[in-house]
Ligand binder design. Sequence first.
Ligand code: SME
Length: 150
Amino acid sequence: MIDNGLAEQTLEEVAASCLAGRELRKFAMERLSRLPGYNWSGIYRLENETLLLDEYVGAETDHAQIAIGVGVCGTAVAEDRNQVIEDVRNLTNYLACSTQTRSEIVVLIRDLEGATLGQIDVDGHQVGAFGASDEGFLTQLAELLAKNWD
Ligand code: SME
């Protein structure tokens, strides 16, 4: 679970950045990767009904493209809601990025009309690494990224 101070500091750094689009997303993922327990941090863009891997920090993944409904990421789009997974070993619909991953959070990035632009995906090596504070923090980060999406 993220500490309030670190969350605020990260949001301030991203909000103060002059970057936009992919450069801003790269900056934001670098900042996320410094947070305790955020072992893989990445962005997927939703394009033509497929999630495409964008900027990320962490181990390389085989899942550069994910169909809607597949895995935790595709489920978030299919159900139109964020996913907070305490232990990925309990899932049947899961795409493994790393054998070390135990928990995962996916927060949707929406435009002002509420349409999904993509998502922030974070993996942790500990069971139950993410909760409501992480979802709130990543939702605020998603709003900052959505404002400067292109
Ligand atoms: N675990 C995700 C796939 C993305 S990797 O974790 C980077 C899923 O089940 O959709």
